[in-house]
Design a protein around this ligand. Structure first.
Ligand code: SAM
Length: 221
C-alpha cells in the first residue's frame, strides 16, 4: 500500500477507535481529524507513532497532545466556520491546522522560536493560508488582533488571566487546562457581555504555560 494510503487508513482508524467511542460528535471536526496529516507535524523518529492514542515529544521538552485531547478541546470551542481564533502554544502546529480547517482565521503564538519556525513551515507546505504563526509570550494573549471568537490555551496555566478573558468577543469561548505540576482541570469560559461563566470539565496533564501569566521555572521546573 502506498505511504499516503497507509496514513489515510491510520487517520480513519484513529477517528473510529479513539474519537467516536469517546463521544466526539461534530462531523466537521471528525472530517478535519481524518484530513490533517498529523504524521507531518511530528519529528521523523516518532512518525510511526503519529496516530497512536497518546502525546508525543516534539523537541524543546514540549509535546503534541493526544489526538482525543485535541479533538475534545476543539469541540468545546463550538466552531461554525466564520470565527477568528487564538491559540496559545503552537508547538508542532497540528492543533492550529485542525482549527484552520474549522474557522476563518487562526492566530497562534509559541514561546520557542525553533518550534514556531518549524510549525510555520509545515503549515505553509500544507497550504494553510489562514494561520498566522507568531513567536512570543502568549500568556498575555495577542491584544493587537483581538477580539477572538475562541481562544485555546494548550499549556497549563496557574489561572486564567483577565487580560485573556478581555480579548474574547461577546459570546466567545475560551478553553484551557488550569492547574499545576500535580494535575490540571480543563476549563471552558464563555463571555456574556461583561460576565464570564466558567465550567470545570475533565482532569488533564499538560506542559506548563510560561511567561508573564504562566508558571515560573522555580515553581514548576
Ligand atoms: N498545540 C500544540 C500542538 O498542536 O502541537 C501542542 C502544544 S504543547 C502541549 C504546549 C506549547 O505551549 C509548547 O510548545 C510550549 O512551548 C508553548 N508555550 C508555553 N508557554 C507559552 C507562552 N507563554 N507563550 C507561547 N507558547 C507557550
Amino acid at each position: 500500500m502506498p505511504e499516503t494510503n497507509f496514513f489515510t487508513a491510520e487517520r480513519q482508524r484513529m477517528v473510529d477507535e479513539q474519537l467516536i467511542p469517546r463521544h466526539i460528535r461534530d462531523p466537521r471536526l471528525l472530517d478535519a481529524m481524518r484530513t490533517v496529516p498529523r504524521h507531518l507535524f511530528v519529528p521523523p523518529k516518532v512518525r510511526h507513532l503519529a496516530y497512536a492514542d497518546g502525546p508525543l515529544p516534539i523537541g524543546q521538552s514540549q509535546t503534541i497532545s493526544q489526538p482525543y485531547i485535541v479533538a475534545y478541546m476543539t469541540e468545546l470551542l463550538d466552531l461554525q466556520g466564520d470565527e477568528k481564533v487564538l491559540e496559545i502554544g503552537t508547538g508542532s502546529g497540528y492543533q492550529a491546522a485542525i482549527l484552520a480547517e474549522l474557522a476563518r482565521e487562526v492566530y497562534t503564538i509559541e514561546q520557542h522560536p525553533p518550534l514556531a519556525r518549524r510549525a510555520a513551515r509545515t503549515l505553509e507546505l500544507l497550504g494553510y493560508r489562514n494561520v498566522h504563526v507568531l513567536t512570543g509570550d502568549g500568556s498575555r494573549g495577542l491584544p493587537e488582533h483581538a477580539p477572538y471568537d475562541a481562544i485555546i490555551v494548550t499549556a497549563a496555566a496557574p489561572h486564567i488571566p483577565q487580560t485573556l478573558l478581555d480579548q474574547l468577543a461577546d459570546g466567545g469561548r475560551l478553553v484551557a487546562p488550569v492547574g499545576g505540576e500535580q494535575g490540571q482541570i480543563l476549563q471552558r469560559w464563555q463571555r456574556e457581555g461583561q460576565s464570564f461563566l466558567a465550567e470545570n470539565l475533565a482532569p488533564v496533564a499538560f506542559v506548563p504555560l510560561r511567561g508573564q501569566f504562566g508558571w515560573q521555572t522555580k515553581e514548576w521546573s
